[in-house]
Design a protein around this ligand. Sequence first.
Ligand code: CAA
Length: 254
Amino acid sequence: MKNIIVSRPQSGVMLITLNRPKALNALNKALLVEVATTLKDAENDAEIRSVVLTGNERAFSAGADIKEMPESGMPMWAESKRLKSWKTIERFPKPVIAAVTGWALGGGCELTMLCDIVIAGENARFGTPEVKIAAFSGDGGTQRLPRAVGKTRAMLMALTGEPIDARTACDWGLAAEVVPTDRTLDRALEIAGKIAEMSPIAAQMIKAEILMTFEKPLDEGLSLERKLLLWQTEDHDEGIAAFVEKRKPKFKGR
Ligand code: CAA
C-alpha cells in the first residue's frame, strides 16, 4: 500500500492510517481504492471485529484530491473506481471508528460521516469548502450532512464553506466526543477494543439496524427490527449463560 498504513495494534482491531501527509491526506483515487480493498479484506477476516480510521495531527483528510487529473474525459469525481471504492466503504458491515485530528474537509468530512463513531481531537476542524471551488460535497455530503446536523447548519457549512471546530462538531452531532488532540487515537482504539470483545454478530447487527434509520421510513425500520429479534445465535446463548454464571462471555461469532 502506498497511500495508507495498515496495522493490527490490538486483538480484533485493524488500524488504517491515511498516509499522504504532503497533500494533507487528500483522497486521490489510489488511496480510496486502497482503503476499499483493505476493508474488503477486513470484512472477510473473522479476526477483525472493528476498524479505526485515522490521519495525522495536521489532517485527517483535506478532501478529494483537487489536483488529480481527470481520465478519459470523465470528471475525476465521477470516475468509476472512485465511486466503487466509496460504495465499498459505505457498505462495510463492521464497526468503524474515526480518530479525527486536524482538517476533515470535503471528502474528508464525508469519510468521517461514513464512520460509525467519530472521536474528534481538540484541534479537529470539520468543513465542506467545495463551494469555494464551485463544487459541492458529491460523495454523500449533501445528503448525510443535513441528516447529521440539520438543514440550517448544513446550509451554513455548505454555502459558506467555513469550517467548524471540534466542540461545535460534537454539539452538532458530527462527533461523539472531543478529547485532547494527543489522546484521539488512543481513545478511538480503546473504543474499538471494547467493541472487539463483544459478539461480532451482535455488533454488525446493531450497526445495520441503526443505519436503517437513515435509509427507511420508521414503520419499515421498526418491522425489520422486530423480525431481527427472531434471530438466534450461539453468542446470544453464551451471553445469557455468562451473565447467569457471573463470568466473562466467550463470543465466537456464531
Ligand atoms: N487536494 C490536493 N492537494 C491538497 C488538498 C486537496 N484537497 N488540500 C491540500 N492540498 C495540498 C496543497 O496543495 C499543498 O500542496 P503543496 O505543498 O504541493 O502546495 C499541501 O497540501 C498543503 O496545503 P496548504 O499549503 O494549502 O496548507 P494550509 O495549512 O495553508 O491550508 C487547508 C490547509 C485549509 C486545508 C488548504 O490546504 C485547503 O483549503 N485545501 C483544500 C480543501 C478543499 O477544498 N477540500 C475539498 C476538496 S473537493 C471535495 O472533497 C469534493 C467532493 O466531495 C466530491
